[in-house]
Design a protein around this ligand. Structure first.
Ligand code: NIG
Ligand code: FE
Length: 405
């Protein structure tokens, strides 16, 4: 009999996401390739077999009868490294102050920038580790992390170096995005800051990041400034991503298509034309329903329209001090209840398409032979329970690179 390190047997549903190795669109998002009463065998950190009646001699066997098995969730948009908190903004928001109103008063991102600049590396590692632990507990086995609370060359590099260290020391895989263009530092001219980003920051990034992101928004960076930053990033090997059309439609979705971004994120206010351009270029729409939720907005991204247009949709937490959640299950719940994604579509958006949004679909995002064994077991009888039984953590067991956590 062949041997395995770990076998998970009798899963009520093995939600494999098996399918084409590219972002899933339209009906493909509903085809999550569920197999019933099946098993999965893992060896040397990889999936070696999947199916019914597997016969392996394994060191560890987990009986998942009555439960479901999924690929670990992938969170493709987080601002995980930051210092401090902003719970006091809740009362401001309740009084009707807008996100931009708080930012313009010198709060919001600027408050967190001051805290992050002042924090020691050890302290930032400690605070971020706690969030990464929480992510794992809730079933996220891979995430993206952005810089952006430095807004000066040293602190931006400090954050990226911390993410590099966390990637090597924490169980979660973290891919890094440079977001020097998260806001314009106080008392600095925007054009001067754009010059600093393109001439000073980007050339120093090297291998510390895979992606370059910009907060393209009215009162922050214009489409022209964003384009310049993303094009210089591309010249240095950084794939573009964009915080697009979150509060106002400034044409961020079209820009994403124009610069060949891997994803455009937020997209609450995007025009139909912008969305259609994204669909044409295959730009993934990363939707962050925690943000309008935490901003107490009535509006959510038009996910149904995006799917109809042919945009591959992914979900992420946007974990940051304004929207503090590590919970991808909650994003799936919000996506179903407030954006009308079906449970199956929400699964694709939180796993395979999310992996595509950070370029990791060759290794994670689905349960297929040869892929990294990032697997979660949920204590519920079928995948529709993920949005159905909301507000709790259904994840019971997390397996990262074949290791039982
Ligand atoms: O994606 N909108 C810009 N950046 C973050 C929020 C950062 C913050 O408020 O600290 C976002 O929502
Ligand atoms: Fe964000």
């Amino acid at each position: 009999m062949e041997t395995a390190d770990l076998v998970i047997k009798n899963a009520n549903e093995l939600v494999t996401l098996k399918g084409p190795n590219r972002p899933r669109i339209k009906n493909e998002m509903s085809n999550i390739s569920v197999i019933n009463n099946s098993s999965i065998a893992i060896k040397n950190g990889k999936i070696i077999d999947i199916g019914k009646g597997l016969k392996y001699k394994a060191e560890e066997i987990i009986n998942a009868s009555g439960k479901i098995v999924l690929p670990g969730f992938v969170d493709p948009h987080t601002h995980v490294v930051f210092a401090g908190s902003r719970e006091f903004e809740l009362n401001m928001k309740l009084k009707g102050l807008s996100y931009m109103g708080i930012l313009k008063k010198g709060g919001g991102i600027f408050f967190t920038v001051t805290k992050t600049r002042d924090a020691s590396i050890d302290d930032l590692v400690l605070q971020s580790n706690k969030r990464l632990d929480k992510m794992l507990e809730y079933g996220t086995t891979t995430c993206e992390g952005k810089s952006g609370y430095g807004l000066d060359t040293d602190t931006e590099l400090k954050i990226l170096k911390i993410q590099d260290k966390l990637n090597k020391t924490h169980k979660i895989d973290i891919v890094s995005t440079f977001l020097g263009a998260h806001a314009v530092p106080k008392d600095v001219d925007t054009e001067d800051y754009v010059d600093t980003i393109v001439n000073e920051m980007i050339p120093k990034i090297g291998n510390l990041a895979s992606f370059c992101d910009v907060f393209c928004e009215e009162g922050v960076f214009t489409v022209e400034q964003s384009k310049k930053i993303l094009e210089v990033g591309t010249n240095y090997g950084l794939t573009p991503k964009i915080h697009a059309d979150e509060i106002v439609d400034t044409g961020g979705a079209s820009l994403a298509a124009e610069v060949g971004a891997i994803s455009a994120d937020h997209l609450l206010m995007s025009s139909d034309n912008g969305l259609k351009q994204m669909a044409k270029k295959g730009v993934i729409g990363v939707l962050l329903p925690g943000t309008p939720f935490s901003l107490m907005m009535q509006k959510y991204p038009p996910a149904r329209k995006m799917i109809e247009f042919g945009i591959p949709v992914a979900l992420a937490t946007d974990l940051n001090p304004n929207c503090w959640t590590e919970n991808m299950q909650f994003m799936m719940q919000l996506a179903c209840f407030n954006m009308k994604l079906t449970p199956a579509e929400s699964v694709t958006a939180a796993t395979f398409n999310a992996a595509c949004a950070i370029g990791l679909n060759d290794t994670v995002g689905s349960l297929e032979k040869g892929k990294q064994a990032d697997v979660v077991i949920l204590d519920c009888p079928n995948y529709k329970w993920i949005p159905y039984h909301f507000g709790v953590n259904l994840v019971e067991t997390v397996i990262k690179k074949g290791c039982l956590l």
